[in-house]
Design a protein around this ligand. Structure first.
Ligand code: LRH
Ligand code: MN
Ligand code: MN
Length: 388
């Protein structure tokens, strides 16, 4: 039997990166609702992220999206983050909002467009140098809408060449993580649609190029934990973008739609050595809060990840291995389900208090007065994405 006391130390090392864009207003193509208190600047997004970390101890870094979070002085932004008790994390590039990229960016047939996209990534690496960030995250909207519209093979070859130019620019311990997504905004084909394509592309680059797995970027019914297992087995799982989905890339609060799936994913992460000392898998959120308040939305999200991590750590792995070896189908399944059904919330509350954190961070936020303050102080908050 594994008990909560056995896993308490392992939990202390957990870190979940918050996306700056989760604090901005977001919505669908039908409507973006303005939420009172929304940050007006990237500095205010960082202040909100720091509040999440202060109350949970779980979110020490904030990811930026360039150009959404462009500032003149990244050294000053880094100092601003550190003054608030957090650090700047992953730098996300963006080649999906410029007219030039209508028919592709790193895959475009026109060398001048490809160069523009590659140079945007060089600029992102300059930002990383100033912020001290380790990871450059690349997600491409590149793809086509109609069969025959593009030469699939040629686009893949140009992608390889563009990525190599970007990879060569990295220095020190900087890494590139390549995110895949099976559709949207392109609907016929996407140039990096699946983990296999991402894996093939990053493997050709070298050790510091890895795959980013966004949980919302798979077809319904995909066994995501299997992909997690395989990428860890191959040493190529660089990072997660966590969120929940019912239908497509819904970007809902992680663990809200299917907590059991989150548990199964985290179990494979732990089983595969992707959690704890010696692992460099980055845990990030990639979510948008369309109708709920954003700061508590992020607090709920990191707590959900923590809770499912605790349950996954509780799996009695020795007993599970034995049941598996014995061909004890229902016994093995029962061991996994026992851990999943364990209510760890009282233990986690006590664990937090023993570390000087509020037992219930959601309640602590609700009674802190922070939401009222930002609603009064900030008028005209921004849409997610369109930063300072
Ligand atoms: C694409 C994506 C990617 C982007 C983010 C805003 O759907 O998941 O990670 O950078 O959304
Ligand atoms: Mn993502
Ligand atoms: Mn997405």
């Amino acid at each position: 039997m594994t008990t909560f006391a056995d896993i308490a130390d392992a939990l202390a090392g957990q870190a979940i990166e918050l996306p700056s864009w989760a604090f901005g207003n977001s919505g669908t193509r039908f409507k973006v609702f303005a939420t009172p208190g929304t940050p007006r600047t990237v500095q205010e997004k960082i202040a909100d992220a720091a509040k999440v970390h202060e109350l949970t101890g779980l979110a020490p870094t904030v990811a930026l999206h360039i150009p959404w979070d462009t500032v003149d002085d990244y050294g000053a932004l880094r100092a601003h983050a550190e003054d608030h008790g957090v650090r700047l994390g992953t730098i996300n590039s963006n080649t999906f909002q410029d007219d030039a990229y209508k028919f592709g960016s790193l895959t475009h047939v026109d060398e001048t467009i490809r160069r523009k996209a590659v140079e945007h990534h060089f600029a992102c690496i300059d930002v990383m140098d100033a912020t001290g960030s380790r990871d450059l995250k690349i997600w491409l909207a590149d793809g086509t809408n109609y069969a025959g519209q593009g030469d699939l093979r040629g686009r893949q070859d140009r992608l390889a060449e563009s990525l190599a130019r970007i990879y060569d620019r990295l220095s020190g311990d900087q890494r590139m993580v390549l995110e895949y997504k099976f559709f949207e905004p392109a609907f016929y084909h996407t140039d990096v649609p699946d983990w296999g394509t991402s894996y093939a592309q990053v493997s050709a680059l070298g050790e510091r190029a890895m795959v980013c797995l966004d949980t919302g970027h798979h077809a319904p019914g995909t066994n995501i934990e299997f992909i997690v297992m395989q990428l860890l087995r191959l040493g190529k799982l660089g990072s997660f973008d966590f969120n929940s989905r019912y239908y497509a890339d819904d970007d809902l609060i992680v663990g809200s739609a299917d907590p059991f799936q989150l548990f199964r994913i985290l179990y494979e992460v732990i089983r595969g050595g992707g959690f704890g000392p010696g692992s460099d898998v980055a845990f990030m959120l990639d979510q948008c809060h369309n109708v709920e308040d954003k700061v508590p939305g992020q607090i709920r999200s990191v707590l959900n990840v923590q809770e499912m991590t605790a349950r996954a750590l509780l799996v009695d792995r020795d007993a599970l291995s034995k049941a598996q070896a014995d061909g004890d189908v229902l016994g093995a399944n029962g061991i996994l389900m026992d851990a999943f059904y364990t209510d760890v919330r009282p233990d986690l509350a006590a664990w937090r208090e023993s570390r000087g954190l509020p037992a219930d961070p959601m309640h602590a936020y609700a009674t802190s007065g922070y939401q009222r303050r930002i609603e009064t102080d900030r008028v005209g908050g921004q849409q997610a994405g369109w930063g300072a």
